[in-house]
Design a protein around this ligand. Structure first.
Ligand code: 13P
Length: 259
């Protein structure tokens, strides 16, 4: 069965002191997570500090992106082996904010995803439609294109190492989350595609997270959906108590939905 996974994406927030305090408080409150896996993705500047705070504990470290080359003349970039070196085990790829603000293409996202796999990081491939795409009935076409392109060139045997995050752009930071029904439908569609790209067994093992205005009050109903295996949390992950409440509720809802 798929263990629920909750990832906090801190985005561009936090001084070193704030990052240490947030990670420390989360670690203190989640000493032995049961039935749930927890990851935090601080900004690059705080990775080393947060790695120290989390060392030896159950909460794992992730980054918000990486460059696809291992090293070289790429001013301002951070590579997958550098992330491994600082203690990361996870990396987000293709977040919609990077697609939109930085202009990351599906091709670059696929290179990043393969670089992450090559260096032993678990890539979390983010996909999701805009409000306009949904209105025009292109939700499935959009996420299918992003999934296929993002996973292009990944050997079928490696697909089981990837995590997918469905983050409808219209739900990110808006306070308007997708309903469990809306998200469940897209998750089911994505799992069907994974089945086609890899195998039914691999598709059943891959975790598909939902992201977009997740909070304590809505996470239960989302994770209770059979196809939703956890959450990628932005704003609500910046408050230790709020984030821990989400983690606990996701663990309970995940366990209950499998009974
Ligand atoms: P919010 O939880 O703030 O909507 O952000 C979601 C997100 O983009 C996580 O990657």
């Amino acid at each position: 069965m798929r263990t629920p996974l909750v990832i906090g994406n801190w985005k561009m927030h936090g001084t070193l002191a704030e990052a240490r305090a947030l990670a420390g408080a989360i670690r203190e409150m989640i000493r032995r997570p049961r039935g749930v896996q927890v990851v935090v993705c601080p900004p690059f500047t705080a990775l080393a500090a947060v790695a120290e705070v989390l060392a030896g504990g159950p909460i794992q470290l992730g980054a918000q992106t990486c460059h696809h080359e291992p090293a070289g003349a790429h001013t301002g970039e951070i590579s997958a082996p550098m992330l491994v070196d600082v203690g990361c085990r996870w990396v987000l790829v293709g977040h919609s904010e990077r697609r939109k603000e930085i202009g990351e293409s599906d091709e670059v996202i696929s290179l990043k995803l393969r670089a992450a796999l090559a260096h032993g990081l678990t890539p979390v491939l983010c996909v999701g439609e805009t409000a306009e795409e949904r209105r025009q009935g292109f939700t499935f076409t959009t996420v299918e294109g992003q999934l296929r392109a993002g996973l292009a060139g990944v050997a079928a045997g490696e697909l089981g190492k990837v995590v997918i995050a469905y983050e409808p752009v219209w739900a990110i930071g808006t306070g308007v989350n997708a309903t469990p029904g809306q998200a469940g439908e897209v998750h089911g569609y994505l799992r069907g595609l994974l089945s086609e790209l890899a195998s039914k067994e691999v598709a059943q093992a891959v975790r598909i997270l939902y992201g977009g205005s997740v909070k304590g009050e809505n996470v239960d109903a989302l994770v209770a959906e059979a196809e939703i295996d956890g959450a990628l949390v932005g704003g609500a992950s910046l408050n230790a108590q709020g984030f821990v409440a989400i983690v606990r509720r996701a663990a309970r809802a995940g366990a209950a939905s499998k009974e």
